[in-house]
Design a protein around this ligand. Structure first.
Ligand code: PAF
Length: 294
């Protein structure tokens, strides 16, 4: 595996079909499962590792974002990554750079509403990665469901010749969705955070039992997280991310909530199988993840 710092040095190493996994590092089993998925789909696998300052709306969140490039490189190598691309800020944002990607309707609600500049930052950095690295395929995790919808829209609108593939949302054995931010949760906070996945799993059981009413599904999750500081609980259409009153098409039941200082997001993606909603609870690990060992 090679570690590179510039777009040009990265492209010099290319052979065949190029796969890209964009990340902000501090790898966990969610990232590793996306690497395993991408390994099967490309000849040269590039994993970018850049904590993108423009997508953070609070400097404290940016400053406390966990980073460990040596640890990440070792894990990337174990999972068959060919190139670990670790750019410095000026490679992504050359001095004086001022061009941004604005995002449309799909970015207005949920994360876009509570973190107004977030998706402009995400779309801009991913556009730069696509332009500089020119991948044939790129993978993103389903935990960031709205991010995937925003990026699919960008790829269609700006005609990027890249296939976007989504990989599973990965959970700890007790249900907590994996996030690099989990390492910032104290023991009591981590216990309280389980209310999020518990609420989503209860909603999934209701859906399996025939519930289709949006308010009732949202209320189930809201009740479960009543001791957390919720930003939103919303049932939205999977394609447009617009709120829907009833479960009558592929959808996402999405949550964002603060546990202490740590903001967590999670969701239940509800696919449509043979005319029936099928909640996807994600990939539940059998053993605690490497984040739990922290
Ligand atoms: O999902 C993430 O880790 C980030 O939003 C991404 C896509 C790497 C852009 O910085």
């Amino acid at each position: 595996m090679e570690v590179t710092h510039t777009f040009a040095a990265t492209r010099d190493l290319y052979e065949g079909r190029i796969g890209l996994l964009p990340t902000m590092g501090y790898f966990h089993e969610g990232h590793l499962s996306l690497m395993d998925l991408l390994r099967r789909e490309c000849d040269t696998m590039v994993v970018s590792n850049f904590v993108n300052p423009t997508q953070f709306d609070q400097s404290a969140d940016l400053d406390s974002y966990p980073r460990d490039i040596d640890r990440d490189s070792a894990l990337a190598e174990e999972h068959g990554v060919d190139i670990h691309f670790v750019p410095e800020v000026p490679e992504i944002y050359p001095p004086g750079s001022s061009t941004e990607v604005t995002v449309g309707k799909v970015a207005l609600g949920m994360e876009g509403k509570h973190r107004p500049s977030h998706f402009v930052g995400v779309a801009t950095v991913v556009a730069k990665l696509f332009a500089g690295l020119r991948p044939d395929i790129a993978v993103f995790g389903k935990k960031d469901a709205q991010q995937i919808a925003v990026l699919k829209g960008m790829v269609t609108d700006l005609r990027f010749p890249v296939e976007i593939v989504s990989g599973p949302l990965v959970r700890e054995p007790d249900g907590l969705a994996l996030s690099s931010r989990n390492v910032r949760l104290g023991a009591e906070e981590r216990e309280r955070a389980l209310a999020i996945s518990r609420g989503l799993f209860q909603a999934a059981m209701q859906i399996d039992a025939g519930e289709r009413d949006g308010d009732r599904l949202e209320a189930t999750v809201s009740r479960s997280i009543s001791r957390l500081d919720a930003d939103y609980v919303e049932l939205v259409a999977a394609e447009t991310m617009e709120p829907i009153a009833a479960l009558d098409r592929p959808a996402v039941l999405a949550v964002a909530a603060y546990v202490g200082e740590v903001r967590l997001i999670d969701n239940l993606s509800i696919e449509w199988v043979d005319g029936t909603p099928a909640p996807d609870r994600g990939l539940i690990l059998e053993e605690p993840s490497r984040l739990s060992a922290k």
